[in-house]
Design a protein around this ligand. Structure first.
Ligand code: HEC
Ligand code: HEC
Length: 256
């Protein structure tokens, strides 16, 4: 009997030490916004998802079949491009594939990134991938050169995350590791896990990608804002995704 208690105590101790303390941004939403998120009749993201499903049928299904066929892959972006020169996130991949689909898109990549069609497709694809776990890694079959490049991008993202910036002179980590749960203006600071993107942000009155949210954080500390699609933003996305590896994706989400 005594040994049983010892084992039980050990088990409890271990499960506490191993417990995953990472939380999605959903946890920090007000009850009103959580209710909006959970109500399909009122949730504004529903319209974007519907539009994205229509676009998928029109622009993507001919090559990819059902959207379900790419849901695992949604959880694996950003990835290093085949030439090893840049990181490609899901929105970049959508833009590339739209451009592949003939002259349909004449817009430049960066202006297309936050376009309605790219965001709608991203919303529908993230909805299809809801419940999948983030799984971002350097491909196991990659060459040594490719793996080295991937590691370099990851280190750059980590360095950016830890570097003080802007007139406020804070790094990402000072808020998102050091001040989690604290109030900043009307927001509660989260752990910045990229589990709920794209987000419908009330302050924007529209849907936006992780790229746009990161730029908003640069603006928040009054630092020069990197252009949409820039290497720094992709390096940060890679670092955030690897930091969130194994976490469940929430699908597109409401934010304040
Ligand atoms: C003409 C064929 C074609 C069309 C149309 C097309 N794609 Fe692709 N897609 C590809 C190819 C080929 C790849 C392989 C990777 C690459 O070359 O970019 C790919 C890769 C992808 C991937 C990564 C999949 C994986 O499992 O690695 C996603 C996601 C994706 N496409 C989304 C889209 C979306 C969204 C659309 C519609 C806007 C679309 N594609 C339209 C050919 C196409
Ligand atoms: C001065 C504090 C501060 C700094 C510094 C800061 N942020 Fe934020 N960030 C916020 C606040 C406030 C929000 C909105 C509430 C939330 O989701 O945390 C936010 C939101 C986010 C989110 C969205 C989380 C979600 O679930 O919607 C991500 C991701 C993020 N920040 C990443 C970063 C990165 C990367 C950096 C550094 C380049 C950074 N932040 C710098 C305060 C900060």
């Amino acid at each position: 009997m005594k040994t049983l208690w010892v084992w039980l105590a050990l088990y409890l101790l271990c499960s506490f030490t191993w417990a995953d303390t990472r939380t999605s941004g959903h946890v920090y939403l007000s009850p009103q916004l959580q209710a909006l998120q959970d109500d399909p009749q009122r949730n504004p993201v529903a319209l974007w998802q519907e539009r994205g499903q229509g676009l998928w049928q029109a622009q993507c299904a001919s090559c990819h079949g059902a959207m379900d066929s790419v849901k695992r892959s949604v959880a694996s972006f950003p990835r290093l491009s085949a030439d090893g020169k840049s990181l490609v996130n899901l929105e970049d991949q959508i833009v590339r594939c739209q451009q592949r689909g003939a002259a349909a898109s004449q817009a430049s990549e960066s202006s297309a990134l936050e376009s309605d069609s790219v965001l709608s497709l991203s919303a529908a694809m993230h909805q299809a991938a809801k419940g999948e776990r983030i799984q971002v890694a350097s491909s196991s079959s990659a060459s040594l050169e490719h793996t080295t490049q991937w590691q370099a991008r990851l280190s750059s993202g980590e360095r950016l995350y830890q570097t003080r910036m802007g007139r406020i002179n804070l790094a990402c980590m000072h808020c998102h590791d050091g001040k989690v749960g604290a109030q900043m203006r009307a927001d509660t600071i989260s752990q910045a896990h990229p589990t709920g993107f794209p987000i419908y942000r009330m302050a924007w009155q529209t849907l936006g990608s992780l790229d746009r949210r990161l730029r908003a954080c640069y603006s928040g500390v009054q630092a020069p804002i990197p252009p949409a699609g820039s290497a720094d933003l992709r390096d940060l996305e890679l670092f955030l995704k690897v930091r969130a590896n194994g976490m469940v994706m929430d699908g597109p989400s409401i934010r304040r």
